[in-house]
Design a protein around this ligand. Structure first.
Ligand code: NAD
Length: 252
C-alpha cells in the first residue's frame, strides 16, 4: 500500500473566512479527513458557531476565532492561540476574500485598498505568521485561494484580478523560500463556483459563464474543497508552487 494518503488525522488546520461558502466547505472536508480545524470569521459569529458544531459532529475538534484577515496582529494572535491550544499548525488555507467590482473609470481608491488588504495583504499576514511554527514542526501545507480571474483578467475586476494574480507570485516565492523546510505552498484558482459571492449575478451573466465553461456548468463548493484536501494531504507531497485551476476548463 502507498505511504501517501488523504488521511489528516492528528493534523491541525486553519481556514480563514471559514463561516460560509468555499471556506466552510473546506473546513468540513478537512475535518471529515480527521484534522482539527480552526476557522476565522469577520462578522457572522452564529454561522461560525454552526460550522464548529458541524465539525465536532464529525468526531474531531474545532475552534472559531474572530479575526479580520487584513490585520497583521490578528493573524499573529490567531496562529498563537491555535498553537497554544493544539501544539502546532500543519495546514493553512487562506480563503478569506472579497470583491468590490467596478470598471476602472468608476473604481474608487477605497475599493482598491479594501480588496488588496483583504485578498493580498492577508496572504502575507498568515503565511508569515505560520512560517516559523511550520518550519519548527517539520513542515506544512499552505493553500492560497486565488481565482482564474488572476490568470485571465476580467473587465470590472481589476482590483480583484490584481490581488489574485499577486498571490500567485507571492505563493511561488514563499514555496521556494520554505521548500527546504518541507513547507509546501500552492494556489487553487476556482472558476465560477455557486456561493453567496456569486448569488448576486443575474441570469444573463450566469448563462454566459455556463456557456464559456467546457464542462458546461458552474462548480460547487465541495469540488473546490476536494482539491484543497488533496493539497493539504500527503497525496500532494511532491507538489509545491503550483496553481491548480478548479474551473470546469474555463481558462483552458
Ligand atoms: P463568500 O463571500 O461566500 O465567503 C467569503 C468568506 O470570507 C466569508 O466567510 C467572509 O466572512 C470571509 N471574509 C471576508 N472578508 C474577511 C475578512 N476581512 N476577514 C476574515 N474573513 C473575511 O465567498 P466564497 O465564494 O466562498 O469565496 C471564498 C474564496 O474563494 C475567496 O477568496 C474568493 O475570492 C475565492 N473565489 C471564489 C469564487 C466563486 O466563484 N465563488 C471564484 C474564484 C475564487
Amino acid at each position: 500500500m502507498s505511504q501517501y494518503t488523504l488521511d489528516l488525522t492528528g493534523k491541525v488546520a486553519l481556514v480563514t473566512g471559514g463561516s460560509r461558502g468555499i471556506g466552510k466547505a473546506i473546513a468540513l472536508a478537512l475535518a471529515e479527513k480527521g484534522a482539527k480545524v480552526a476557522l476565522t470569521y469577520s462578522r457572522s459569529a452564529d454561522a461560525a458557531e454552526e460550522v464548529k458544531t458541524a465539525i465536532e459532529s464529525l468526531g474531531t475538534q474545532a475552534m472559531i476565532i474572530q479575526a479580520d484577515a487584513a490585520s497583521f496582529e490578528g493573524a499573529n494572535e490567531t496562529v498563537s492561540a491555535i498553537i497554544a491550544e493544539w501544539g502546532g499548525l500543519d495546514i493553512l488555507v487562506n480563503n478569506a476574500g472579497i470583491t468590490k467590482d467596478g470598471l476602472i473609470l468608476r473604481m474608487t481608491e477605497e475599493h482598491w485598498d479594501q480588496v488588496m488588504e483583504t485578498n493580498l495583504k492577508s496572504i502575507f499576514n498568515y503565511c508569515k505568521a505560520v512560517a516559523r511554527p511550520m518550519m519548527k514542526g517539520g513542515g506544512g501545507s499552505v493553500i492560497n485561494m486565488g481565482s482564474i480571474v488572476g490568470i485571465t483578467g476580467n473587465a470590472g475586476q481589476s482590483n480583484y484580478a490584481a490581488s489574485k494574480a499577486g498571490l500567485i507570485g507571492f505563493t511561488k516565492s514563499y514555496a521556494k523560500e520554505l521548500a527546504s523546510r518541507n513547507v509546501r505552498a500552492n494556489v487553487i484558482a476556482p472558476g465560477y463556483i455557486l456561493t453567496d459571492m456569486t448569488d448576486a449575478l443575474d441570469e444573463k451573466v450566469l448563462e454566459g459563464i455556463t456557456n464559456a465553461t467546457p464542462l458546461g456548468r458552474a462548480g460547487n463548493v465541495e469540488e473546490v474543497a476536494a482539491a484543497c484536501v488533496f493539497l493539504a494531504s500527503d497525496l500532494s507531497s511532491y507538489i509545491t508552487g503550483e496553481v491548480i485551476r478548479v474551473d470546469g476548463g474555463m481558462a483552458i
